[in-house]
Design a protein around this ligand. Structure first.
Ligand SMILES: C[S@@+](CC[C@H](N)C(=O)[O-])C[C@H]1O[C@@H](n2cnc3c(N)ncnc32)[C@H](O)[C@@H]1O
Length: 336
């Protein structure tokens, strides 16, 4: 009987090339020193430019490389982005794990170090692999990023027994992060999990927010989100604007609150609303906190810069300092 042996991925390729000239690449470069030769990106107008000192080429340039010496790093923060680039690479004859990996594979180690050093959390890298496989297989688009959902799970896992309280997610979209957490986290199943969203996309733009991103996240169907969680007993879906729905809930202890709503005013509102309800040992986490100083190529989506303004304002009000994860653009506060 013959069998096919999958060749082992090369850990020391002669040449690294990044695919994706955006935040995912810059977040990794902020915390690692990968020797990347250049970046490819097929977004119209990107080729010929540069990002953080790296030349940008069209992906056709990869055809000139010797695949045996090459590792392509797929740099995208959404699962749809990773899958889109991976399909293109498969079409060009490159093999997953041998010729290309996605950035979540390199984000976990530096994040685990920071979790240990700054929050005393011993992270589980096997859990990261489980999150990755599940996130890539799910239909809902995961905007929290693969390693961001893993971070959420690590915080849940680390909660001390004394940190009794509900979990809330403020900004749910198609429910991907919530679904991954509901499937993979045993500690979450023992807590009430409230999912807050307008389910109508972004609305409350201030001058600090990028107005060009006004139309995002309206492609969501509440019935489908409800269907995903129909048999998950601890989940409650609370539809409406945060400032209209949150005041209607009775204040109660919370152990982890995840704010992922992209805009300044709603972020500030959620932080101020929930922080007093978070129990000692619990966490407040936000997405979209870190964005690069390096200029993105002309035509790239601007970052949700209002979130950092809001979170910094909240930290100043409370005299707090967040632990920052540039890899996925998250920031975490621990309640003492
Ligand atoms: C980036 S998406 C959330 C992604 C999600 N955590 C995931 O796992 O994919 C941001 C969401 O915040 C919601 N949102 C933004 N501002 C809001 C507000 N003021 N009230 C309610 N929902 C809001 C939007 O409707 C959108 O679905």
């Amino acid at each position: 009987m013959s069998s096919t042996v999958k060749p082992r991925a090369r850990t020391q390729p002669e040449k690294w090339v990044a695919y994706g000239a955006g935040n995912a690449l810059l977040g990794l470069r902020a915390v690692t020193s990968l020797p990347i030769a250049y970046v490819v990106d097929d977004t119209p107008g990107f080729a010929g430019g540069e990002l953080d000192g790296l030349e940008i080429h069209a992906s056709s340039r990869l055809g000139k490389e010797n695949p045996d010496n090459l590792m392509i790093l797929v740099c995208a923060n959404t699962t749809m982005g990773i899958l889109g680039i991976s399909r293109r690479l498969l079409g060009l004859g490159f093999k997953p794990g041998i010729h290309f990996i996605d950035c979540s594979r390199l984000q976990a180690a530096p994040m685990a170090r920071r979790l240990q050093e700054d929050l005393g959390i011993r992270a589980d890298l096997d859990r990261m692999n489980a999150v990755r496989s599940l996130a890539l297989a799910l239909r809902p688009r995961n905007l929290s990023t693969i390693a961001g959902s893993w971070l959420f799970l690590e915080l849940l896992q680390s909660l001390p027994r004394s940190a009794v309280g509900a979990v809330a997610e403020c900004g749910v979209y198609q429910g991907a992060n919530a679904l991954i957490a509901s499937i993979l986290s045993a500690p979450l199943a023992e807590r009430e999990y409230d999912l807050y969203d307008s389910f109508e996309g972004l609305t409350e733009f201030s001058a600090a927010d990028p107005s060009s991103r006004r139309s995002e996240f309206s492609d969501v169907n509440l019935n489908e989100v409800e269907l995903l969680f129909a048999n998950v007993n601890n989940v409650r879906i609370i539809k409406g604007r945060f400032d209209q729905t949150m005041p209607l809930q009775s204040p109660r202890p919370h152990s982890l609150v995840y704010v992922d709503c992209d805009l300044k005013e709603p972020t500030l509102y959620c932080c101020r609303h929930f922080w007093p309800q978070i129990v000692p040992g619990g966490y407040l986490m936000t997405h979209d906190y870190w964005f690069p100083a390096a200029k993105l190529p002309a035509g790239a989506k601007p970052p949700f810069s209002g979130v950092r303004e809001a979170f910094d304002q909240f930290c100043d009000e409370e005299g707090l300092r967040p632990v920052v994860f540039p890899e996925t653009s998250h920031a975490v506060l621990k309640k003492l």
